[in-house]
Unconditional design. Structure first.
Length: 251
């Protein structure tokens, strides 16, 4: 194992620069327990990306991190926030501190099965889209903005945080994720619509990815999950519902 840093902070506000090395892109994730599964996800990334793609993960709270220690290397960085941190605030810290112009926000349940980053970076480098993702869709207007329909590859209103690749500057300029989103679910929808409102365009594409068990959904207390998901979606409805002019063309 190399001497790459494994940094610990009590609070997310204490986070400082991760590395002085500049990478082509950074794959960033928030690990909230289930460290062995996260290690498998990281291994799949390493098997399918070149060395100029960094991997940066925030470990949220106190967990048995032994499964992750062997994953530290010259391009893989872990930051543990021992006091815990909300999902939106953690995602923003990853965005702002990532050592690259492009940042992928990715769930630890997502695994690479092939070359994901070549087509994603090619699309971002065209400059037409500020976000490229694997799953997303169009806001359902007939359902009064209460749901999102997956229409497959193409321009979309919303991308999900299973895998969303971002132009970092555009994401930060749109004020990034809402720090009131302490839970992940629907925070990606809110962020996507902020990008759309800031004139950013989003692209969904098929990619060699697969999803294993999503612990953030299936292994979270059901009452907490439903309460926080609703809080996040209520903000979306309050801020965006009816602003159809910010949406992508219907298809």
């Amino acid at each position: 194992m190399s001497n790459a840093p494994f940094k610990k902070y009590a609070r997310i506000g204490d986070l400082r620069k991760i590395t002085g090395i500049e990478y082509q892109a950074t794959i960033a994730m928030i690990i909230d327990g289930f460290c062995q599964d996260a290690a498998l996800s990281i291994q799949s990334i390493k098997a399918n990306t070149p060395a100029d793609i960094a991997i940066v993960a925030i470990i949220n709270g106190e967990h048995d991190i032994s499964a992750l220690e062997n994953e530290i290397d010259e391009r893989t960085y872990f930051i543990q926030i021992t006091g815990g941190v909300g999902w939106g605030e953690a995602a923003n810290a990853l965005l702002k501190s990532a050592p690259s112009p492009y940042v992928v926000i990715m769930d630890p349940s997502t695994h690479f099965t092939g070359d994901v980053m070549t087509p994603v970076l090619a699309k971002l480098n065209e400059g037409e889209f500020v976000a490229v993702g694997w799953r997303g869709g169009l806001v359902n207007l007939e359902d009064d903005w209460r749901s999102v329909d997956d229409k497959g590859a193409g321009e979309v209103d919303v991308l999900f945080s299973y895998f969303m690749a971002l132009n970092r500057d555009a994401a930060v300029e749109a004020n990034a994720f809402n720090i009131r989103a302490i839970y992940y679910r629907n925070a990606d929808i809110e962020f996507s619509l902020k990008l759309r409102q800031a004139q950013g365009r989003l692209w969904q594409m098929e990619l060699p990815l697969k999803q294993e068990r999503h612990h953030g959904y299936y292994d979270t207390d059901e009452a907490y999950r439903d309460e926080q998901s609703k809080k996040n979606y209520d903000r979306i409805l309050d801020r965006f519902r009816g602003k159809n002019e910010i949406l992508a063309p219907r298809r």
